[in-house]
Design a binder for this molecule. Structure first.
Ligand SMILES: CC(C)(COP(=O)(O)OP(=O)(O)OC[C@H]1O[C@@H](n2cnc3c(N)ncnc32)[C@H](O)[C@@H]1OP(=O)(O)O)[C@@H](O)C(=O)NCCC(=O)NCCS
Length: 144
């Protein structure tokens, strides 16, 4: 998908629908970036993106950062996020990633942990003032 396909869900789910919110993320168009979506009867119901970026938690490893995980509100909790995150992992693996990481909202940490990601480091407030932790998946060590 192009990055633009993700914008509507990014805005509605991750930016509370604010019309002026920035929904184009740094890294969206970097070499190695990709954007995946679940589309149901023509509607985009879940999106996720990833781009190459290192993390201090895995120095020197070939790493991709996952961004913009968002599921249509009425469809949350029905397995779409899990399907999509597994697809992101599979795609990153094909591209040669050893590590995936994300700035996970504290409210979503359990979602990542259910998919074998681990929480690293101290919590922090992100630019949106929401509490976050970094979450990491080690692919080389047999993660999903
Ligand atoms: C977080 C999000 C991407 C998860 O996608 P989803 O489709 O709702 O999740 P799924 O239905 O695939 O759930 C997969 C598993 O994770 C668990 N899970 C899902 N969301 C969770 C959450 N917020 N906290 C804890 N566990 C969660 C589910 O219970 C399920 O567990 P199971 O395997 O035991 O059945 C989605 O709910 C969402 O868009 N939330 C709002 C935006 C957000 O927080 N994005 C992430 C920012 S880092």
């Amino acid at each position: 998908m192009s990055a633009e396909v993700t914008y509507d869900l990014r805005r509605r789910v991750l930016r509370e629908g604010h019309p002026d919110a920035s929904v184009a993320f740094a890294g969206d168009t970097e070499p190695g970036a990709f954007h995946l979506a679940v589309i149901d009867e023509g509607s985009v119901v879940a999106v996720a993106s990833a781009h190459p970026a290192g993390t201090v938690h895995r120095p020197g490893r070939r790493s991709w950062r996952v961004r913009g995980m968002a599921v249509e509100p009425l469809r949350q909790g029905t397995g779409l996020g899990a399907v999509l995150l597994d697809a992101v992992v599979a795609r990153a693996r094909v591209l040669g990633a050893e590590v995936l990481w994300a700035a996970g909202r504290d409210t979503a940490l359990g979602f990542y942990q259910r998919r074998d990601w681990v929480v690293e480091g101290q919590g922090y407030l992100a630019a949106d003032d929401l509490p976050h932790h970094t979450v990491v998946l080690d692919l080389a060590s047999g993660g999903r």
